[in-house]
Design a protein around this ligand. Structure first.
Ligand SMILES: Nc1ncnc2c1ncn2[C@@H]1O[C@H](COP(=O)(O)OP(=O)(O)OP(=O)(O)O)[C@@H](O)[C@H]1O
Length: 351
């Protein structure tokens, strides 16, 4: 305790929401200080990060799908978990250095939010990556708890709070009460699967190939889960799979909605399964308390409406849904001294 307090004076403890699409870093008393895409650009076939280790985040995302033969832009997390250990380490190392500053003498303590459904091996990979990236001590917190806190839900009270966090690679659904998770489910379906569905639809229907970045633009510009008051159209360019040449087409919001039906119904099923597992008293509370949704996927037009129709419970989109988990992680960070003994933790072994 005393050692931590002294070391804390020389380091900047930080909270990290390590996401499939975006990584957010917060610092005690300062809030969110970094919000960048979880992308790293490397020399092809190696783990050498370009620009002397700084081709990470926004710079690297711009390269996704546009890299020449010698460069690859990698997303080191897939479906909410680390799929490329070394690249994740390089990415975390860059972010930690950027926030912590090279001049600091002592390695920081780091609180990281992780999906609740991941395996012990996957948890260990997060801890190892953070330690090797420069953390002195790593504390893990459950993403749904952090999301609930970030959304301002009364998760410590004896009443049910339900959060649905629709990220890029995963959807986490949890019912919480008295500062604990009562029931939860997680599926490896999220906003990225919406993009994949759009890519498949254009390929199947129009023989047009588009990349992930363009599919995401289509989703954000005209994507929806329920009919819109005024339907929209959008021009999309890609490569014709038959002629091999670039081509432009005009698509409608109706057809994109149809293409998104499959991943949306998987998310709805995950929510209803969690509701079915809830204790009767907590299920009853939810009639009044409603469901809160967050994560970037929650911003898909009328997803809240469709979810409410399917469950019969009111659905609210949390304020600033993309930063909910990071803001909740920040609350853990602010209370690290009081709460650290209750958090899943791993020590850095000093030589
Ligand atoms: N306006 C929007 N409409 C629909 N989807 C959006 C919008 N803005 C962002 N998204 C999507 O949100 C997803 C990213 O959300 P978020 O940053 O919460 O995920 P993450 O935390 O990185 O992922 P995970 O929690 O799965 O690890 C992406 O799929 C992105 O396309």
């Amino acid at each position: 305790m005393f050692r931590d307090a002294i070391l804390g004076k020389f380091s900047t403890d930080m909270g990290i929401d390590l996401g499939t699409c975006n990584t957010l870093v917060c610092v005690r008393n300062e809030g969110i200080v970094l919000n960048e895409p979880s992308v790293v650009a490397v020399r092809k076939g190696t783990n050498i990060v370009l620009n002397n280790g700084s081709a990470v985040g926004e710079v690297a995302k711009e390269m996704l799908g546009k890299t020449p033969g010698s460069i690859t832009a990698i997303r080191p997390l897939k479906d909410g978990v680390i799929s490329d250990f070394e690249i994740t380490e390089a990415m975390l190392s860059y972010f930690i250095k950027k926030v912590h500053g090279r001049g600091r003498l002592v390695r920081p303590r780091v609180v990281i939010s992780i999906p609740s459904g991941i395996t012990e091996v996957e948890r260990r990979a997060v801890i190892d990556s953070a330690e090797r990236a420069g953390a002195r001590k790593v504390y893990l917190v459950d993403e749904p708890m952090a999301a609930g806190i970030g959304a301002g839900l009364p998760i410590t009270e004896p009443t049910a709070s339900m959060i649905v966090d629709i990220g890029g690679g995963t959807t986490e659904v949890a019912i919480m009460s008295l500062a604990d998770i009562s029931s939860c489910s997680s599926i490896r379906v999220g906003g990225d699967d919406f993009d994949e569905s759009i890519i498949s639809h254009l390929k199947r229907t129009y023989n047009l190939l588009i990349g992930e970045a363009r599919a995401e633009k289509v989703k954000i510009q005209i994507g929806s889960a329920a009919p819109l008051g005024e339907e929209m159209t959008m021009e999309v360019a890609g490569r014709d799979t038959i002629s091999g040449l670039p081509r432009k087409i005009v698509i409608t919001s109706e057809e994109i909605r149809e293409a998104l039906k499959e991943p949306i119904s998987q998310i709805i099923e995950c929510v209803t399964v969690t509701l079915e597992k809830a204790e009767p008293e907590l299920a009853a509370d939810l009639i009044d308390n409603g469901i809160h949704i967050c994560g970037g996927g929650a911003m898909l037009r009328s997803l809240d409406k469709v979810l409410s129709q399917a469950t019969g419970i009111s659905v609210t989109i949390a304020d600033d849904p993309l930063t909910c988990v990071a803001r909740g992680t920040n609350v853990y960070l602010e209370n690290l001294e009081q709460w650290k003994d209750t958090m899943d933790q791993a020590d850095y072994t000093w030589d």
